[in-house]
Structures are given as structure tokens and as C-alpha cells.
Design a protein around this ligand. Structure first.
Ligand code: WQD
Length: 342
């Protein structure tokens, strides 16, 4: 099948393109490279021996996007929509940027898809749509609420896409709610490449281990969790990518709306992550217990049962591989795609 991947040069996008190509699919990527490097896709081509059809286009550029559909005779069996801004803190500081980029960008994408009769879309949603859940593990029928503009863009896009299906049942929509993506492809050639100081835990830990950062601040040691630190469902990015391959196979069966959590179903605390990474890397991870981070919740992990039922998918990589593969990528690429150790 031929899949259009928006944001396909990014962290999760590039890993998904690799798995799609490895399964024999054709891939066209649309990315404005505002938060990604084209190097990720050239490495995907090296790893797979397959070509990626890349188009440097911003989703807000309707004519440019039409050109992509026209040049491919609009023969896309499905669209996987990753493109979007995703920094919680930035979204609080600049909500209009997030609503314009994430919502308007999706509206333009959906309108151009409709123009060309492409009506299968897999959307990169997030566990953030569950807000602060009353209990864990989290199932897809849990109440939805958001505490920041970034999360609200995810929830609004979910609603928009479901409304499109109601209006035109020829559409099929798959909403994939990611928990906490971490890790890297085992080759160490592609991985997470945060710009500036990482806000997420795993890349921060790995930069402490490699000596780029001095010390981890553990945001809160007094949560009602196993050791007082935040608990999350960390999922290996390759597992996440394989979940998208399964979603492509599912969406062409005309399922209507499919909503799935993509998580392991296990929760690990910050201190458990620190210990696991120290063991894998053989490096001491200096940390201090600091104040809680605004907007953080105590615990968040998935009930993954529905993804197994609906997609025939479940995770296969554990915490050791998540740390091992992150560490290999970090060591080989201390400055991400900017420069590698020669
Ligand atoms: C994980 C845990 C922190 C950094 C966010 C987004 C979510 C998704 C994934 C996009 C928490 C603690 C972190 C640090 C720390 N992104 N922590 N020190 O906040 O669960 O989710 O990223 O889709 O939408 O909200 O991930 O990695 O930032 O934090 O103690 O320097 O690590 O408090 O308990 P989070 P995270």
C-alpha cells in the first residue's frame, strides 16, 4: 500500500516510516522540517534499502499539499498524521501558535484529503487527553479532559475527525493515544533528537549519562506512588511504530472510528527509570528531588487490551531494551542528527 505520512521526518514518524517500508509499503512523507532533520529519512533509506518520497511542505500550505496529492495521483491508501507541535509548556505560553498549527493544519489536511477522495486517516493522539485520571490503568472509555492547549488540540482533532465520519461514513479514522514514547531503533542510527534542553525524562536522563547535562531534577518526590515520584507508561518507539503498521492494515477494512491506547500497561516511576538507565549504561545518573512540575499528574498507564483486540497489536520491548536502545543512539549521536561521532 502507499501511505502518506505527515511529520514523517520526526522521532515517531521516522521510526514508523522504517517499519512501513520494511513491510513492503510505499511511503510519501510531508514535513516542514521545523522540528525534524531530513537526515532521519536518509538513514531510514539506508536501513531499509528503500526510497522515501519526501516533500518539504507545511500543512498550512494548501497549494503545496495539493501538489503532493496531485503528484502522487492521490493514490494514498491511508494518511498517518504525526505533524504538529507537541511541547506542553510552549503551548501554555503560546496557545494561538498551537491552535493554528495543530488544528488549522489538520483542517487543511482533511479538506485536501476529501478533495482527492482519500478518506482513511490515522491520527497521532496522546494519553494527555485523559487529563488526571481518577484511577489507573486507563481504558479508552475513560473521561476526557485536558489541562493545557497542547492536549486540547489533540482532543479537538479527535472530535473533528469523528464528526467527519458522522457526516461521511466513507471516512475511516483511527485515533492512537500514545503513552510515553522512548527508545530508538536498535541500529542506533535514528532516535529522539530534542532541540535544546529536553523536557521529557528519558532524553534528559540519557544526556546526563553521556555528560551533556550535569544532574536530573526529579519533579516531585511526594506523589502517592510506589516511591513518591511520577509513574508513567513508557513505550518503545519501535513498538509504537509497529502499532501504526497494524493500524494501516485495520483502517483499510473500513472500520469507521477506532480508538486505541498504545501503551505497555506497565507503569514505571522516575526513580525506577533512573536506576534502569544507570544499570544499562554503567553510568551514575546524578539527580536531586525538586518541586513538582506544574501540570504533572501522579500516575498514568494504559489498559492495552483494546489495541490487542482491535489491531492485533501489543508491545514486545521492555524497559531494558528501551534504555539500551536509547543509550546506543545517545552515544553514537551526542548531538542528535546535527553531528555524529566520526
Ligand atoms: C515523565 C515523568 C515527570 C522530566 C509528556 C506530554 C505527553 C507526551 C509525552 C507528547 C513525569 C518526570 C520529567 C524531568 C522529571 N508528549 N520528569 N524530570 O509529562 O508524562 O508526558 O510527554 O505527546 O503528551 O505531556 O512526560 O517525560 O516529561 O515526564 O522528573 O526533567 O518524568 O514529572 O513524572 P509526560 P515527561
Amino acid at each position: 500500500m502507499h501511505i502518506l505520512v505527515t511529520g514523517g521526518a520526526g522521532y515517531i514518524g521516522s521510526h514508523t516510516c522504517l517499519e512501513l517500508l520494511s513491510c513492503g509499503h510505499r511511503v510519501t512523507v510531508v514535513d516542514n522540517l521545523s522540528n525534524a532533520s531530513i537526515e532521519s529519512l536518509s538513514r531510514v533509506e539506508t536501513l531499509t534499502g528503500r526510497k522515501v518520497n519526501f516533500c518539504k511542505v507545511d500543512l498550512l500550505d494548501r497549494q503545496g499539499l495539493r501538489g503532493v496529492f496531485k503528484s502522487c495521483d492521490a493514490r494514498f491508501d491511508a494518511v498517518i498524521h504525526f505533524a504538529g507541535k507537541k511541547a506542553v509548556g510552549e503551548s501554555v505560553a503560546n496557545p494561538l501558535l498551537y491552535y493554528h498549527n495543530n488544528i488549522t493544519g489538520t483542517l487543511v489536511l482533511a479538506e485536501v484529503m476529501a478533495e482527492y477522495g482519500v478518506k482513511n486517516i490515522i491520527f497521532s493522539s496522546s494519553a494527555t487527553v485523559y487529563g488526571d485520571p481518577a484511577t489507573v490503568p486507563i481504558s479508552e472509555d475513560f473521561p476526557l479532559s485536558c489541562t493545557n492547549p497542547y492536549g486540547r488540540t489533540k482532543l479537538m482533532v479527535e472530535e473533528i475527525l469523528q464528526d467527519i465520519v458522522v457526516a461521511d461514513p466513507q471516512w475511516n479514522v483511527c485515533l492512537l493515544r500514545y503513552f510515553n514514547p522512548v527508545g530508538a531503533h536498535k541500529s542506533g542510527l535514528i532516535g529522539e533528537d530534542p532541540h535544546g534542553t529536553p523536557s521529557n525524562l528519558m532524553p534528559y536522563i540519557s544526556q546526563v549519562a553521556v555528560g551533556k547535562l550535569a544532574q536530573l531534577s526529579v519533579f516531585g518526590g511526594d506523589y502517592e506512588t510506589k516511591d513518591g515520584t511520577g509513574v508513567r507508561d513508557y513505550i518503545h518507539v519501535v513498538d509504537l511504530a509497529l502499532g501504526h503498521v497494524k493500524a494501516v492494515e485495520r483502517i483499510v477494512q473500513n472500520p469507521g472510528v477506532v480508538i486505541c491506547n498504545l501503551g505497555t500497561g506497565k507503569g514505571y516511576s522516575v526513580l525506577e527509570m533512573v536506576r534502569a538507565f544507570a544499570e544499562v549504561s554503567g553510568k551514575e545518573i546524578a539527580y536531586k528531588i525538586a518541586d513538582r512540575r506544574a501540570g504533572d499528574i501522579a500516575a498514568c498507564y494504559a489498559n492495552p487490551a483494546k489495541a490487542l483486540r482491535e489491531l492485533g497489536w501489543q508491545t514486545q520491548y521492555g524497559l531494558h531494551e528501551m534504555c539500551e536502545d536509547t543509550w546506543r543512539w545517545q552515544q553514537n549521536n551526542p548531538n542528535g542528527y546535527g553531528r555524529e561521532i566520526m
